[in-house]
Design a protein around this ligand. Sequence first.
Ligand SMILES: NC(=O)c1ccc[n+]([C@@H]2O[C@H](COP(=O)([O-])OP(=O)(O)OC[C@H]3O[C@@H](n4cnc5c(N)ncnc54)[C@H](O)[C@@H]3O)[C@@H](O)[C@H]2O)c1
Length: 357
Amino acid sequence: MSIRLGIIGAGSIGEVHAKAALEAGQKVACVADVDLDKAKLLAAEYEGCQATAEVKELLADESIDAVVVCVPNRWHKDLAIESLRAGKDVLLEKPMGLNVAECAEINAVAAETKRLLQIGLVYRLSSVGQAAKSVVESGDLGTIYHAKAHLFRRRGVPGLGGWFTTKDVSGGGPLIDLGVHVIDISTWLMGTPTPKRVSGKVYSHFGKQMKDYVYEEMWAGPPKLDGICDVEDSAHAMIHFEGGGSLDLQVSWAINMPTPNMESAETIALFGDRGGLSFKLQGNHVDVASQRYGRNVDTRILLTETDQFTEQARAFAACVESRQTPITPGEHGQYVQAIIDAIYESSATDREIQLNK
Ligand SMILES: NC(=O)c1ccc[n+]([C@@H]2O[C@H](COP(=O)([O-])OP(=O)(O)OC[C@H]3O[C@@H](n4cnc5c(N)ncnc54)[C@H](O)[C@@H]3O)[C@@H](O)[C@H]2O)c1
């Protein structure tokens, strides 16, 4: 379907969404950004696309069917709600909100306005995510009892000193930034089990020594060494589910991990009583371990890579047209956020957190 789309936030991911929408055959009709120059710069890439510094102006345009909200996390709730109330269907970037209360508020407005709400948990739509789901659904893994969701960056704090590292604006560090993706994909593959109890620990060392920080990547702009860094740089947790399953979660933006260990720095793995699988979020294959013909067998499913953002744009437009529930609805954004909130609480209080009592 060719929808007319508005982009709210012309930053790094706004650009990716606009490109994906075009690729998916949609019309990028307007870009809004508080920084008008950025809005203009992005809009100039798309024929007939308007630019504005006023989100209200974009939302007042009745020819626009839907919007992508891709601004810093602190404004997710307000702009998603404003867009839903303006009658737009919304693709909201991750994390859904700063905490579970914000997610619940957004979900309530989506239900009240009967607008579509899809959360940017984009890895479900990657070729590895889709292939892993097919393996799980084939039953070849049997009952999945444990999963591993690891995503370590050794020195990859985004925009050190900027909004990503300012808790007020981001809600946290790698746990809310990367953790959202890996918690979502692993629990989705496990069948979205109900979390029961969570034990977590987050560490904040690198922000305290930011003037000495030697970095390998700085993808969200140059470091501001006089800026704020009051978020964690790594998070480690064990999540226990109803029914007995568990998830080992480890994420970092910065950690002193020797290079040889970085080989397995990005791993989603599922362990079932009949088989197991593993893949990298950015990879092009899924490895499956099973016992067959009296042997332990490894199978590698090699995939033609697709662009998950284009797949996400297609899936969103299809739901806008059909009014079907998106693959990543608001309830899943809230589910993931509840786990994240519990990890932060567990770390802050030094105890295990019981959920869904
Ligand atoms: N799905 C993914 O893998 C992925 C990757 C990167 C970022 N993100 C998410 O996308 C969001 C944006 O990240 P980014 O890297 O593009 O940030 P960014 O800083 O590059 O861009 C954010 C843009 O939003 C604009 N903005 C800020 N407040 C605004 C407001 N109130 N109204 C309109 N515009 C406003 C800023 O001027 C800026 O241009 C974040 O929530 C981030 O977590 C998701």
